[in-house]
Design a protein around this ligand. Structure first.
Ligand code: CP
Length: 348
């Protein structure tokens, strides 16, 4: 059973295949011709933190594909509290066809996958955000300069070494792109992440580097990306972080002017307008943030089709008709005393 926990678990060819699938599903959806590839399937969506894009995109993707999603909001189930993750994984697996989980700790999602008997999809942890960056890669492919190979693209990530930064440096270097992480030294990507990114480059021919110079980072960049400077639980660090990042690392129109003339601005969202990025950039002509956000929906559809559909039991029409007949006969011949509905009584 394959899960979608980390893009490092996939080859470049598989990532490209997933992007091709996103493209097909996006086109079919835009034409209102999306087949019900997940008819009757259920997705359990576990969230230990709030979400707008991940929650909505997975739920709508399931509905559009003929399935159903259950939103299990923070604190609503016993995961790791009153019940072990192992027991929760085994029980939930008996009732749904796949699990999407946004967990505070990365170890929680890997533990879920270890014991689940259905595919587990990582909807963001304290380490990475693979569904976001598969969408981002697809968005870059859509918005790259005409004729420019994916491998020739340069991505400059300016800001804190967030879970999105982690995943983005992995997927870009897996593809063979140039990826630069720019932040003050104490906020740069940890050595362990950098080692993985460099190993990816050794295999793919990509380039990974870090700097604390935003102008050097964005020079020649096709895409300039940023993320929040602090997240839930880091509120006490806001003064230090603001002092470290502001103003040099804020994405302004002046900084974007130093990138390639065709450079596009990306942000996984939510954004703190006026903090890591200005309103002028967010709302400006180089911003592709809403295309990027919409692509979460198309990417989730592809992930669900790729990982969940292979495990669905898809009965033949003949088998379904046999069961419909057998059940109809049973319900006609064996009534529960006193449970007849008015409609049933009327039919008699
Ligand atoms: N980018 C992202 O994952 O957004 P949400 O937190 O709203 O899901």
């Amino acid at each position: 059973m394959r899960h979608f926990i980390d893009t490092q678990d996939f080859s470049k060819a598989e990532l490209v295949w997933l992007m091709d699938l996103i493209g097909l599903l996006k086109t079919a959806d835009r034409e209102g011709a999306l087949p019900p590839l997940l008819a009757g399937a259920s997705l359990g969506m576990i969230f230990e933190e709030p979400s707008t894009r991940t929650r909505i995109s997975f739920e709508v993707a399931m509905t559009k594909l003929g399935g159903h999603a259950l939103y299990l909001k923070p604190g609503e189930i016993h995961l790791g509290v009153r019940e072990s993750i192992k027991d929760s994984a085994r029980v939930i697996s008996r009732m749904v066809d796949a699990i999407e989980a946004r967990t505070l700790k990365h170890a929680t999602v890997t533990e879920l996958a270890r014991y689940a008997s259905v595919p587990v999809i990582n909807g963001l942890t304290d380490y990475n955000h693979p569904t976001q960056v598969l969408c981002d890669l697809f968005t870059m492919r859509e918005h790259r300069p005409p004729g420019k190979a994916l491998e020739a693209l340069k991505v400059a990530f300016i800001g804190d070494a967030t879970n999105v930064c982690s995943s983005l440096m992995m997927i870009c270097t897996q593809i063979g792109m140039e990826f630069v992480h720019c932040a003050p030294p104490r906020y740069q990507a940890p050595d362990a992440w950098q080692s993985v990114a460099r190993a990816n480059c050794a295999q793919s021919g990509g380039r990974f580097w870090t700097t604390d110079d935003p102008v050097a980072a964005v020079a020649g960049a096709d895409f300039v990306y940023t993320d929040l400077w602090w997240w839930i639980g880091q509120e006490a660090e806001i003064p230090d972080r603001t002092a470290a990042f502001m103003p040099a690392y804020q994405i302004t129109a002046a900084l974007l002017d130093k990138a390639s003339p065709h450079a596009k601005f990306m942000h996984c969202l939510p954004a703190s307008r006026g903090v890591e990025v200005t309103d002028a950039v967010m709302d400006g002509p180089r911003s592709i943030i809403y295309d990027q956000a919409e692509n979460r929906l198309h990417a989730e559809k592809a992930i669900l089709v790729a990982f969940v559909r292979p495990h669905l039991k898809i009965p033949s029409a003949r088998r379904s008709a046999q069961y419909a007949h057998a059940l109809g006969a049973f319900l006609h011949d064996h009534r529960l005393a006193g449970a007849e509905t008015p409609a049933t009584q009327h039919e008699d």
